[in-house]
Structures are given as structure tokens and as C-alpha cells.
Design a protein around this ligand. Structure first.
Ligand code: SF4
Length: 369
């Protein structure tokens, strides 16, 4: 990591967003500032949403100027913003190296979940996922992950952050582009910033990390973050899951479920969510539903049944409403909540990866023309 002196020498200002409290303290100590300044600057950045030092009115003007000479408080740029008829909002977020990722806000009446991306593209190539058709580019930095939360709060006008994260942006789901457990260190750092109660203040109970099943990292996430866990399961046999979620070839279902059984908190009120995309004639039979119930027996669990949201050229179709109903009824009768996820933002292609892909198609069409 570049030192403050090196930054100053190079004329580069260091971005403070994404630094841990300890790193922020060290950066400010490099200007010989006392420790209490860390708390003040942290508060302005993460509780008040300041984007420039001049807004930090509890600091004397000469200090604000000095900070601005050495540091920045950045936000990712938004290259496209869309709002669906159902008020779902989606941002295509652009980073300085030209990479893009997407962030989606799904509002409910008095709260809402922000779906955050952790990588640019994804290596895992799940066959039902549009993101899997895009090339993997890189991991997002902790600042770029936190930046998505901050730009959403900017857009929602939710600064200062409501105490306990009870504003409209009340929940975070790490379900956007990428596999969060393949960008482990940056995701942990970013979520620790988001969970800091003197800042963005969204508690671990309101954060859900969704993984395709990176088994060795599941216990680490329980220990380091203790957030809710969601598993992209989607199939009840290894033969089918190998096709739908190719990571299964490395970490088959039995290993994955063993890691879920051991997940800290899994035995108390924090149930693990199993995501199951409903694919017509592929994984949606009554026998599949019964097998699903048998598989998760003993795990405090909830099933999230997701009607497949097809994209042009997708190799699957969505299950019929009747098939979904029958599947849900079997899972419900076995004592598991099995809400069918209402498709949100369909008119703006708010399913994972679709905004990015739509924008990628434009140059291709332009070339064809
Ligand atoms: S479903 Fe998730 S893990 Fe699988 S390809 Fe899509 S983004 Fe990657």
C-alpha cells in the first residue's frame, strides 16, 4: 500500500473510502493529527455522507484544506441509472479503470434491500445466470463495495444514516455480480465498515452473503462476519448441480450442506436461506421438492423459490405457476418457509447481470451496423 509520503510526493491524493478505522487512523496520524480526528472524519464520511472535506464543519477550515490536499472521499461514477415501474432502482456503476458493476435497490414499503456486487464479472459460469456469460475482469476493492452502498444512500437522500440502519436502505444482500467468497478479504473489510454502528450502521442481522458454495470459506465468513448466509442451491442432485452451478464439481452438495450445518448461528434464529431458481422441466418436479426437504433436514432453513427471469437466448424457461405452487406447497408442508420471490424490476432487467450485459450489447450492435 502506498504511504502518505509517497502519495504526496507523487501528487496523488489517497481515497479514504474503504479504509478500515485503523487504516484511517494511520493515514491521519501521517499528518500528525491526534486520534480523536479519526472518529470525527469517520463520522462525516460514513454517518453524514460527506463527499468533500469542506462539508466537515466541526473541523477548522485550515484542517479541512489540509485534508483535501492529501485525501479524497470518492464515490463510484454512475454510467446508467434506471427506475422500474415497481420503484426498483438499478445503477450501472463505473470505476476509474473503466470496469463496471451493477447495484440494485429493491424497495419494500418502509425498508429496502440493496443488492451489491463484489466482482466485475464472475468466474463461476452458472448456466442459468446471465452474469456467467460475461468475462471475469477483477475483484472489487473494499472501497468500491462500500461505495455502492454510499451512492445508493446518496440517491435515496438517506444521510445522515439512520441509527441501526432503519432507513429505507435497511438491508444489504451480497447477491450482485460475482462470488463474494472469492473476494473474501475485500468483502470482509467492506462489510465491517458497513456494520460499524458509528457510520453506515447496518447490523450483521440485516446483511446476507450469498454464495454458490465456496465451502472452505463458509466457516471463515461465519467467524469473521457472522452475517446471514444464503446458498445458491438450485438442484438436489450432484449430476444436475454440476451443470447448473459448475462449482459443485469442486464442492459437491454433501460438503456444502455439512458446512451449512456447522455455520455459526445456524442453530438459533438465524436461518440459512437456500435459493432455488425454478427451471421448467429441469428441477421443478414434486420429487425434486421432496428431495430438497430431505437434503436440508436438520438445518434451520428457509427456501427462496425464484421464478427464472429469462434473458434473450437463455437456455432455460421459467417453471409454470402451477409447478411452482406445487413445489412450494411440498416444501411448506415440511415446515420450511418457502416464499416465491416476486420478480422485481423486470422492465429494467434487474436480474443479476442484465444491465451490464445490455450495455455490452450496444457496442456489438453498433459494430454490426
Ligand atoms: S449466479 Fe452468482 S456465482 Fe453463478 S455465475 Fe451468476 S454471479 Fe456468478
Amino acid at each position: 500500500m502506498a504511504t502518505l509520503e509517497a502519495d504526496i510526493e507523487a501528487g496523488a491524493r489517497r481515497d479514504l473510502v474503504g479504509l478500515s478505522r485503523a487504516e484511517l487512523g494511520a493515514a491521519l496520524a501521517g499528518l500528525d493529527l491526534p486520534a480523536f480526528r479519526t472518529k470525527q472524519v469517520w463520522h462525516w464520511i460514513y454517518c453524514r455522507g460527506a463527499t468533500e472535506f469542506d462539508a466537515m464543519t466541526t473541523l477548522a477550515k485550515p484542517l479541512r484544506r489540509r485534508l483535501a490536499e492529501h485525501f479524497t472521499i470518492s464515490r463510484p461514477a454512475v454510467s446508467k441509472a434506471q427506475t422500474a415501474g415497481d420503484r426498483t432502482r438499478k445503477w450501472l456503476v463505473a470505476f476509474p479503470d473503466g470496469s463496471e458493476a451493477e447495484t440494485v435497490f429493491i424497495p419494500e414499503d418502509d425498508r429496502g434491500a440493496l443488492c451489491v456486487s463484489s466482482q466485475v464479472g464472475c468466474t463461476l459460469n452458472c448456466s442459468f445466470c446471465h452474469t456467467g456469460t460475461q468475462p471475469w475482469v477483477r475483484n472489487l476493492t473494499a472501497g468500491e463495495i462500500v461505495g455502492q452502498v454510499m451512492l445508493a444512500r446518496d440517491a435515496l437522500g438517506e444521510w445522515p444514516a439512520a441509527e441501526g440502519g432503519q432507513g429505507l436502505l435497511s438491508d444489504i444482500v451480497l447477491m450482485g455480480v460475482g462470488e463474494p467468497l472469492y473476494n473474501y478479504d475485500n468483502v470482509v473489510k467492506a462489510m465491517n465498515i458497513v456494520m460499524d454502528m458509528e457510520g453506515i450502521a447496518i447490523s450483521r442481522r440485516r446483511i446476507t452473503l450469498s454464495t454458490a458454495g465456496v465451502v472452505p470459506r463458509i466457516a471463515d465468513a461465519g467467524r469473521d462476519l457472522g452475517v446471514r448466509l444464503a446458498i445458491s442451491l438450485h438442484a438436489v442432485t450432484d449430476a444436475l448441480r454440476d451443470v447448473l452451478v459448475p462449482l459443485n464439481r469442486r464442492y459437491p452438495i454433501a460438503q456444502l450442506l455439512a458446512a451449512c450445518r456447522d455455520y455459526p448461528g445456524g442453530r438459533n434464529a438465524r436461518r440459512i436461506t437456500f435459493e432455488y431458481v425454478m427451471l421448467r422441466g429441469v428441477n421443478d418436479s414434486e420429487a425434486d421438492a421432496r428431495a430438497l426437504v430431505r437434503l436440508v433436514r436438520g438445518i434451520p432453513a428457509k427456501m427462496n423459490l425464484i421464478p427464472f427471469n429469462p434473458w434473450p437466448g437463455a437456455p432455460f424457461e421459467c417453471s409454470t405457476p402451477r409447478a411452482i405452487e406445487r413445489f412450494a406447497a411440498i416444501v411448506n408442508r415440511a415446515g420450511y418457509a418457502s416464499p416465491v420471490r416476486t420478480p422485481r424490476g423486470r422492465d429494467i432487467l434487474a436480474a443479476c447481470g442484465q444491465l451490464k450485459s445490455a450495455s455490452l450489447r450496444v457496442p456489438a450492435r453498433a459494430r454490426a451496423g
